[in-house]
Design a protein around this ligand. Structure first.
Ligand code: GTR
Length: 342
């Protein structure tokens, strides 16, 4: 099979070494974890989805060495049953349901789901005084290795995980993080930073997400840092036009998710993300997973065909028909992947 030669290998490095390289050079170091997270139920609707689920709006108040920050989340949970596997979904809107979150279908499959509207954590722009950014970066100023917005959004997913792990109705072994596109990059980072996740699901995350930078088509580091420099730490700018000889690459981000699962979903027509390099990153991360004693990526010795799914390893994968979108096909593949195991 076609592979990309001379990729820097994470094999031989400890996981904390891989993560500190990714944080120092690309995403930036995150704010410290909160000392406490307190939940307040703002509303509860037991009639949600034909009364099959309860939909709650909850405020989470976090206290930490940086001060205090409160953000809202939505939580939909089936009304009948117990030990629900759960998704923490970073979404682009706070609508329930939403075109990227078919909540009733998720409930019907026996899953609970948290939704974080990402801009409730901090705006999707270069304003570092907004919301949580303003708490951790007084006057909106960052050091060159302080995290950008992706790091702040990932911080929120870890915080919701802290809260989810206090809920007796959830299966604490099977709480996963999901995101699409910029929020797929965020889900992969959150997964790398917290071994308590079951799986990190990256949907069409592309450049600076699941796709290898080397030999990538579509979006490159120069493009992404031109429009969205604030997603990353300032150090990342030094890699503009250096995609071909980075000292690390995006398979390190997948590898840093070991030993828990990671899942990469691509869409055939998503050329800007580069489905080929999303697949080849899974291939390249396999060796590190195997060295940790995990089943790595089980796949044929060729590029995938549209419609294929590879669900037998700790690195899960599918490529579907269509364009850049978090679709029902993607969700059904994610639930199928989780359900086949436990
Ligand atoms: C694009 C960006 C991609 C992807 C996408 C999104 O414009 O360049 O890397 O993250 O936005 O998040 O929708």
């Amino acid at each position: 099979m076609e592979i990309i030669n001379n990729l820097p290998s994470p094999v031989g490095l400890r996981k904390d070494e891989i993560i500190s390289t990714l944080l120092r050079e690309e995403y930036g170091f995150l704010p410290s974890r909160p000392f406490s997270v307190t939940a307040k139920e703002e509303s509860s609707d037991g009639g949600f989805a034909a009364s099959k689920a309860t939909l709650k709006r909850i405020s989470l108040t976090c206290k930490g060495e940086w001060g205090e920050f409160t953000f809202p989340v939505s939580y939909a949970v089936p009304r009948v049953g117990s030990s629900f596997p759960c998704f923490i979904h970073l979404n682009f809107r706070d609508f329930i349901p939403d075109k990227y979150q078919p909540t009733e279908e998720i409930i019907d499959n026996g899953f609970a789901i948290f939704t974080i509207y990402y801009q409730d954590i901090s705006s999707d722009n270069g304003d570092f005084t907004d919301k949580f950014a303003g708490v951790v970066y007084p006057e909106g100023k960052r050091e060159s290795d302080d995290c950008g917005k992706i790091g702040l959004w990932a911080w929120a997913a870890l915080t919701v995980l802290d809260y989810a792990l206090t809920l007796p109705e959830l299966d604490h072994r099977r709480i996963s993080v999901v995101g699409h596109s910029r929020l797929g990059k965020t889900a992969l980072l959150a997964g790398a930073l917290d071994k308590r996740f079951y799986c990190a699901f990256s949907n069409d995350s592309g450049c600076s997400g699941a796709a290898l930078a080397k030999e990538k088509t579509g979006e490159r580091i120069k493009d992404i840092t031109k429009v969205f420099p604030y997603w990353f730490c300032e150090n990342y700018l030094k890699y503009v036009d250096k995609d071909e000889n980075l000292p690390f690459d995006q398979h390190w981000l997948l590898a840093a998710n070991a030993p828990h699962r990671v899942y990469v979903a691509s869409a055939e027509d998503d050329g800007w993300a580069c489905p080929k390099n999303e697949y080849l990153a899974c291939v390249a991360a396999d060796e590190y997973y195997k060295k940790q004693g995990s089943v790595g990526f089980i796949h044929p010795d060729r590029l995938p065909l549209t419609g294929e799914r590879f669900h037998d390893g700790d690195i899960g994968y599918h490529i579907r028909r269509g364009s850049h979108f978090l679709s029902r096909d993607d969700w059904h593949n994610y639930m199928r992947y989780i359900n086949q195991y436990d």
